[in-house]
Design a protein. Structure first.
Length: 145
């Protein structure tokens, strides 16, 4: 039997369920936590999806809109299992991110490790800083004195 050490945790869970934060559905998915940062010549997005099978993750890019959807399904249990506590959210999770025009959406790499989906998006060559040299204008006459 499990012993609860935080008497308010169950109250918080019940409040979330009562006020419309139950498991996500395909028409109304729950959000997933995300970090986004630039690392060298790549833009990195890391999404927390613990317990989600990689086969249940859908990554889609249309124009500059990146959409990640995932579904966490209940674990199969034997018929004689008696659930005493169930706090892990199940259902559908989704996140949409508008990507800048400076990102190369044709070459996105996706890796999934330890419950974290990491997307690496290269920054386009035209968006990288570059030096511009100053040259002589054609037809310009040099004046000597």
């Amino acid at each position: 039997m499990l012993m609860r050490t935080d008497p308010f945790r169950e109250l918080d869970r019940l409040t979330q369920q009562f006020f419309g934060h139950p498991s996500g559905t395909w028409s109304r998915p729950s959000p997933m936590p995300m970090d986004a940062y630039r690392e060298g010549d790549e833009y990195v997005i890391a999404l927390d999806l613990p317990g989600v099978d990689p086969e249940a993750v859908d990554i889609d890019v249309e124009r500059n809109m990146l959409t990640v959807k995932a579904e966490r399904r209940p674990q199969t249990r034997s018929d004689d299992a008696q659930v005493e506590l169930s706090e892990r959210p199940l259902g559908v999770f989704s996140r949409q991110v508008v990507l800048a025009d400076t990102l190369d959406t044709e070459h996105i790499q996706a890796d999934y490790d330890a419950g974290v989906l990491t997307l690496r998006i290269p920054i386009t060559e035209r968006a990288k800083p570059r030096k511009i040299s100053i040259g002589a204008s054609p037809g310009r006459k040099e004046i000597r004195g």
